[in-house]
Design a protein around this ligand. Structure first.
Ligand SMILES: Nc1ncnc2c1ncn2[C@@H]1O[C@H](COP(=O)(O)OP(=O)(O)OP(=O)(O)O)[C@@H](O)[C@H]1O
Ligand SMILES: [Mg+2]
Length: 227
């Protein structure tokens, strides 16, 4: 089938090892992800899901292989800067918010990095927090809100600068079932409604099965299995 949607992430022949090659995590893997796709990276703990997301997001470098993300090369420093500020949102497993700042202050950080005007920043924060049902929590400090609320703030932060690609590293990992479901539903909507490409690392089968595609991560290899 001919798929006309824009390709937003590719890996080609990528290998990554740690500890001077003693721990081979990814061996010659390839991957293509298009706009509007919600793709699960599904695998056991230690299989290499985070490693692959870090390579795509320019947080780590491959030993070998080509990477292209939103038309940029995350292996190059100059491209990484543009990627991180403008094209890419990263949601970390442990949210990485600043605990003693408020929700609003945390969401201002990405806007500060690119110099967005204050009024536009305020409007974007209002729009995103309304969408995830957190607009009544703007003045609360992150340390005073629940785990599910924090993860929703982390998603808003990743979306502040309107990325084309969202890399989500087990964003439901620390959440109870109901809250996890609502976070997952939001990711699904971002792909389906907003056309964002979402790559979701998860070890939970039920989430993987609800994605458009499932890529199994095992023994250093990626294998597409039917969703
Ligand atoms: N900086 C590092 N130095 C050495 N080994 C590492 C490093 N980062 C990851 N590893 C190892 O690489 C392997 C893959 O790790 P990775 O974090 O990608 O797994 P994962 O699939 O994300 O697991 P989890 O589901 O537990 O988050 C693991 O065996 C891990 O111990
Ligand atoms: Mg991980």
């Amino acid at each position: 089938m001919n798929d006309a949607r824009e390709i937003l992430a590719t890996a080609h022949g990528v290998s990554k090892s740690y500890d001077a090659g003693r721990i081979a995590v990814l061996r010659d893997v390839s991957l293509t992800v298009r706009a509007g796709e919600l793709v699960a990276l599904w695998g056991a703990s230690g299989s290499g899901k985070s490693t692959l997301l870090h390579l795509l997001g320019g947080l780590d470098l491959p030993d070998h292989g080509e990477l292209m993300v939103c038309g940029l090369d995350p292996r190059r420093e100059r491209d990484r800067l543009v990627l991180r500020r403008h094209r890419l949102g990263f949601i970390f497993q442990l949210h990485n918010l600043i605990a003693d700042l408020t929700v609003e202050e945390n969401l201002r950080v990405p806007a500060l990095a690119v110099g967005t005007a204050n009024a536009a920043t305020r409007a974007r924060i209002a729009e995103l927090t309304k969408r995830v049902g957190l607009d009544h929590r703007l003045d609360h400090r992150v340390q005073d809100i629940s785990g599910g609320e924090r993860q929703r703030v982390a998603i808003c932060r990743a979306l502040m600068n309107a990325p084309q690609l969202l890399l989500a590293d087990e964003p439901t990992g620390s959440l109870d079932e109901t809250t996890g479901n609502s976070v997952f539903a939001l990711l699904k909507e971002l792909a389906a409604r907003d056309g964002i490409a979402v790559i979701l690392a998860t070890h939970e089968r039920r989430f993987a099965e609800a994605c458009d595609r499932i890529i199994r991560v095992r023994d250093g290899q990626l294998n597409e299995v039917s969703a």
